[in-house]
Design a protein around this ligand. Structure first.
Ligand SMILES: Cc1cc2nc3c(=O)[nH]c(=O)nc-3n(C[C@H](O)[C@H](O)[C@H](O)COP(=O)(O)OP(=O)(O)OC[C@H]3O[C@@H](n4cnc5c(N)ncnc54)[C@H](O)[C@@H]3O)c2cc1C
Length: 388
């Protein structure tokens, strides 16, 4: 890439970030507390995100998306999460579904779906988890049985983000339940809502309010074979896991956003609140917290940008995305806890944002692969790179 190209990219990225900052200040920040505590779906903001092209952020321009690099996308996600993390979940799992189709789909699937995903006309997400299988996806029970030119699907998915408001999901199933190893019998479909596909319940959560998480039931759901991603059975797990690299960069960026919000609020509050005749910011115990919070945030950002850089080169980045996701989500949790402490009793009040960061942060340690699993992935890569 020439310096001129790099300058142009940087300028475009800054313009996008400036536009998002204006939108957050005008249309989001004034409403967050109300929507969060009412657990209300932010329909108006979703329309505004459509207009800004966010539902096509990482879809390539060939298919009508913005074609943003993962690095720019991560900065956008961080910025929005600094204001309200929930909003990013509405387009993140949608974009993972789109990435599955763009990376592994047939040309016909790309031409049909990607432009509609990019405008937000069709929105949805990723349906992998089941009541008895989350981390161990090879243990899923959902079955797809071939019947002429169709498949017939039965089973239950749970914790599916956008499950109520979305209409289309990348659905992981077993097409051959007896396959050894199990992943060879797994396939991924583009499943649109229709007869046999129902939302059975909205799931109530600790945090991550506003966005819908739901249980989905498939009962003799008939789907044409042309909706099998890539047109070949047995590639479903690979398809889903490939999409999760972008998902982990997104979760890492969300972690940076929450960690940054917790730091910003703490810096402000510590200078306003007085005890023993001076701002608490002048007490060394508070300064130690602020110093640690700022350092954690900076380290989380650097790991996130590094993973995004490798993703943008088109290389596999399981380890780097895992490191970023693990570190940034733990940073969010630790910064949120410190923010709550710095706010004293007000940290526990619903009038402030501190309690929201404290409820939102743990999700990032669980979603897109738990932090236990991230550490195992990192260790396995390190062992493979350093054999004795
Ligand atoms: C708010 C929310 C939104 C979500 N959105 C989606 C979505 O849109 N789509 C979707 O498909 N899923 C979604 N999920 C599900 C999420 O991805 C899973 O919850 C997550 O992968 C963990 O799976 P599990 O809950 O089944 O836990 P389990 O797999 O049962 O794990 C339980 C515990 O055991 C640990 N563990 C498991 N195996 C090992 C091992 N081998 N070694 C060490 N420790 C291990 C885990 O780290 C964890 O601590 C969402 C979850 C939440 C809470």
């Amino acid at each position: 890439m020439s310096y001129r190209d790099a300058d142009h990219d940087h300028e475009q990225e800054q313009q996008m970030l400036d536009a998002i900052e204006k939108w957050l200040a005008r249309d989001v920040r004034p409403h967050v507390l109300r929507l969060e505590h009412a657990d209300e779906y932010p329909s108006e903001m979703v329309e505004q995100m459509k207009e800004m092209g966010l539902f096509g952020a990482t879809i390539s321009t060939t298919y009508g998306g913005l074609g943003l690099k993962a690095g720019t996308y991560a900065k956008i996600v961080e910025k929005i999460s600094t204001t309200w993390m929930s909003l990013t979940g509405i387009f993140n799992s949608h974009l993972i579904m789109a990435a599955c189709v763009e990376r592994k789909g047939t040309e016909a699937q790309k031409l049909h779906y990607l432009p509609k995903f990019a405008t937000g006309e069709i929105r949805g997400g990723l349906a992998l988890t089941e009541p008895d299988a989350g981390t161990d996806l090879q243990g899923i029970k959902m079955r797809a049985r071939k019947d002429g030119d169709d498949y017939v699907i039965n089973g239950t998915k749970t914790w599916i983000s956008n499950g109520i408001e979305g209409s289309c999901f990348a659905l992981l199933v077993k097409t051959d339940a007896g396959a050894e190893p199990a992943h060879k019998g797994m396939s991924c479909f583009i499943a649109e809502k229709g007869p046999g596909f129902t939302v059975s319940k909205k799931l109530e959560k600790l945090g991550y309010k506003g966005i819908d998480s739901a249980e989905l039931i498939f009962q003799d759901y008939r789907i044409p074979a042309s909706k099998l991603i890539g047109g070949q059975e047995g590639r479903g797990l690979q398809t889903a896991l490939g999409g999760l690299e972008l998902g982990r960069i997104n979760v890492a960026a969300r972690g940076c956003g929450v960690a940054a919000a917790a730091l910003q609020d703490s810096l402000k509050y510590a200078q306003i609140r007085h005890t023993f005749g001076k701002p608490i910011a002048e007490h060394q115990a508070i300064q130690l917290k602020l110093g640690e919070m700022a350092t954690r945030l900076q380290a989380a950002r650097l790991l996130t940008y590094d993973a995004a850089r490798i993703y943008d080169k088109g290389e596999r980045c399981d380890m780097e995305a895992g490191m970023a996701k693990y570190f940034a989500s733990e940073a969010a949790l630790e910064n949120a806890t410190e923010c709550l402490r710095i706010h004293g009793g007000y940290g526990y009040s619903k009038e402030y944002h501190a309690e929201r960061y404290y409820r939102d942060a743990p999700l990032m340690c669980i979603g897109e692969g738990t932090n236990e699993m991230q550490r195992l992935i990192i260790a396995r890569h390190m062992l493979a790179m350093h054999p004795v």
